[in-house]
Design a protein around this ligand. Structure first.
Ligand code: URP
Ligand code: ZN
Ligand code: ZN
Length: 507
């Protein structure tokens, strides 16, 4: 097919502004979707993929990008980030523009952040996060955290879903004394999520037991970062995961388990899925490739940067999580990008309970997953697209606008060169943090070009982003995970039979 222009412009031509805003032809790459891959060209106009086919011919004012020998894939979608979030007495160091710039440099073109209502109602929290996100340089969506239960919360959840484009609510089963909820709140929340077609998400750790574990470590004189791991063993993650899964089963609603960090939690998810429950398990990059030995490092600054919850565990957990991801027991890779610099981490120098919990990953996810799972032969290239982008778009009901290279999809695209390599360092990364938990890591496969909303924003190691160009992506309720739940409910009600009529016993 011919498109209505001639020639092409290069980055330094005076037609650059036309190119940046309008028409791009990606030529000769292997276009990868979760369902299929083929050598084809991709033609983009005004932020949308217009055509995908071999040998597309174009005319003038079209920027040609040669992708021969490279993979052309949907931009990554990170389902789990915390930008500019108030947490543990401080605020994460990456705000929306800095965290998103880092994301784009690493091949992620959309993220879903968590609105965390602290002492305000859901509407005020939502407004505050929309304000923080005004300077966005890429597309974003929101999940909403539920920290208590009352009539107002229940009413506002409906407003969030029907007016504000939120289709997921997160419940923290840990962080006692701040955002932790109890089972009663969780059950109410699960019921409400179900009625709204919204996905319930859990941070699954037994927060009461963690608090006891922390006290125990302090009483033993263990105050350093290793106390973090010792106070919250994997059994507590397994217990809370199992509890949340059983409660979701009781309510008959889907459940999304964020940052699955242990074999214990993963096996609970595997068991529930085997019995037909709809559970989505999200491992995060840190849990897949790092191990807890860092927490025993004698240098506090080094050890503290690895403090996150649930904790990074022994290497065998990471290996099992990778296997679970490869086999489909776990489905979506996130980052839980929640970055604090070394000064913030030092708040817990004398007491590990005060180290702000969180690690980086928004810039590193696509590279590390490629290197550790595709390059190693553990998963296919199409599976890579599925776990880094497509499945997330499906679960949060924005597919195929996002998560696909199809005609009509948003032009959020990366070009990855499998023969090039990456090196991670806090000197060259785009996060505001002065540290990086993947410091010094190298690997094969490099995102050479990122296209966000139809604009080339990352090329030749240079970022060209515009504050305010990122769009808020409303996510509609009732994703595929809700299909057929009503039928299961109807069968259950039918199985109960007619209510038993009882008469008062004769006296
Ligand atoms: N994970 C973590 O340590 N920090 C971010 C908050 C959360 O997701 O639990
Ligand atoms: Zn969490
Ligand atoms: Zn998180």
């Amino acid at each position: 097919d011919a498109y209505p222009t001639q020639g092409f412009c290069s980055v330094d031509s005076n037609l650059e502004s036309d190119c940046l805003s309008g028409k791009i032809l990606i030529k000769g790459g292997t276009v990868v979707n979760a369902h299929h891959k083929e050598v084809a060209d991709v033609y983009i106009e005004d932020g949308v993929i217009v055509h995908v086919s071999p040998n597309i011919r174009v005319g003038d004012h079209v920027r040609i990008v040669d992708a021969t020998g490279k993979y052309v894939m949907p931009g990554g979608i990170d389902p789990h980030t915390h930008l500019e979030m108030e947490f543990m007495g401080t605020v994460t160091i990456d705000d929306f523009p800095s965290g998103q710039a880092a994301a784009l440099a690493g091949g992620t073109t959309m993220h879903i952040d968590f609105v965390n209502p602290i002492n305000v109602n859901l509407s005020a929290a939502f407004a505050s996060y929309m304000n923080k996100a005004k300077k966005s340089v890429m597309d974003y969506g929101f999940h909403m955290v539920i920290t208590k239960w009352d009539e107002e919360v229940s009413r506002e959840m409906e407003v969030m879903v029907k007016e504000n484009g939120i289709n997921s609510f997160k419940f923290f089963m840990a962080y006692k004394g701040s955002v932790m909820i109890n089972d009663e709140v969780l059950i109410n929340g699960l019921e409400r999520c179900k009625s709204l077609g919204a996905l319930a998400m859990v941070h699954a750790e037994n927060g009461d037991a963690v608090a006891e574990g922390q006290k125990k470590m302090i009483s033993l004189g263990i105050t350093g970062p290793e106390g973090h791991a010792l106070s919250r063993p994997s059994v507590l993650e397994g217990e809370a995961t199992a509890r949340a899964i059983r409660l979701a089963n009781f309510v008959n609603t889907p459940l999304y388990v964020v940052h699955v960090m242990s074999i214990d939690a993963m096996e609970e998810i595997a068991k529930a899925k085997k019995s037909g429950q709809r559970i989505i398990g999200e491992p995060v990059v840190s849990g897949l490739v790092l191990d807890e030995s860092w927490l025993w490092n004698s240098d506090f600054t080094t050890a503290a940067k690895y403090v996150m919850s649930p904790p990074i565990r022994k290497a065998e957990h990471g290996k099992a999580l990778q296997d679970a991801l490869a086999s489909g027991v776990l489905q979506i890779v996130g980052t839980d990008h929640c970055t604090f610099n070394s000064t913030q981490k030092s708040f817990g120098m004398d007491d590990f309970r005060k180290i702000p919990n969180g690690v980086n990953g928004i810039e590193e996810r696509m590279h590390i997953i490629w290197d550790s799972m595709v390059e190693s032969g553990k998963i296919s290239v199409t599976d890579y697209v599925r776990i880094t982008s497509t499945e997330c778009a499906k679960v949060f009901n924005i597919y195929p606008r996002k998560g696909a290279i199809l005609e009509g999809s948003d032009a959020d695209i990366i070009i990855l060169n499998p023969n090039s390599s990456f090196r991670i360092s806090s000197i060259s990364h785009h996060s505001r943090s002065d540290t990086n938990v993947y410091e010094g890591r190298t690997g094969k496969g490099k995102v050479e070009v990122t296209i966000s909303g139809g604009r080339i924003v990352w090329e030749d190691g240079n970022l060209k982003v515009t504050q305010g160009s990122g769009k808020y992506i409303k996510m509609p309720p009732f994703s595929y995970l809700f299909d057929g739940l009503d039928k299961v409910d109807a069968q259950y009600l039918a199985s109960l039979g007619a209510p038993v009529r009882r008469t008062a016993a004769a006296s």
